[in-house]
Design a protein around this ligand. Structure first.
Ligand SMILES: [Zn+2]
Length: 155
């Protein structure tokens, strides 16, 4: 399904590359991990599940920058080796059609709404959050672990 009215924003390549360099340099808060089970480690750069045997970098990412009441830094994965940034930004990423919660933020980074996808198509949940004119962006997160997965903006 095409997402006519919104755009998927994967993690910027500069951030993924910086995390890979920091992990190679042995930064204490950047862990190199070999994935051992499927659908455990979503890469925020290519927006795919890392496959068992692939290596990922686990590091803290400030999805909501500091200086706001809802500031939030949390753990995310990227592939340890170079991967292609998700390009189909007008389509909801196929690997994450389940297990996401969507948080709507206003332009001051305040959470103004949140919805679990339940049995709905994710596109429908996202469209409904953008029906509020105050919604500046929507963040997709893991329902179970709460980790940031990707951002969605108006097209
Ligand atoms: Zn990747």
């Amino acid at each position: 399904m095409k997402t006519s009215r919104f755009q998927i924003i994967p993690l910027p390549t500069e951030i993924a590359d910086a995390a890979r360099l920091a992990a190679k340099a042995g930064a204490a808060d950047h862990a190199l991990i070999t994935v051992d089970s499927p659908e455990s480690s979503p890469c925020r750069h290519c927006l795919r599940w890392a496959q068992p045997g692939e290596r990922v970098v686990l590091f803290p990412y400030a999805a909501i920058p500091s200086g706001h009441p809802y500031s939030e830094t949390g753990p995310i994965f990227v592939h340890a080796n170079e991967c292609q940034r998700y390009r189909a930004t007008n389509e909801y990423p196929a690997d994450f059609r389940n297990g996401r919660v969507f948080r709507a933020y206003d332009s001051n980074y305040n959470i103004i709404d949140a919805q679990v996808m339940n049995d709905s198509e994710p596109e429908i949940v996202i469209e409904s959050l953008f029906q509020n004119p105050d919604t500046e962006f929507v963040d997709a997160r893991s329902i179970t672990r709460g980790c940031f997965t990707f951002r969605v903006q108006r097209a």
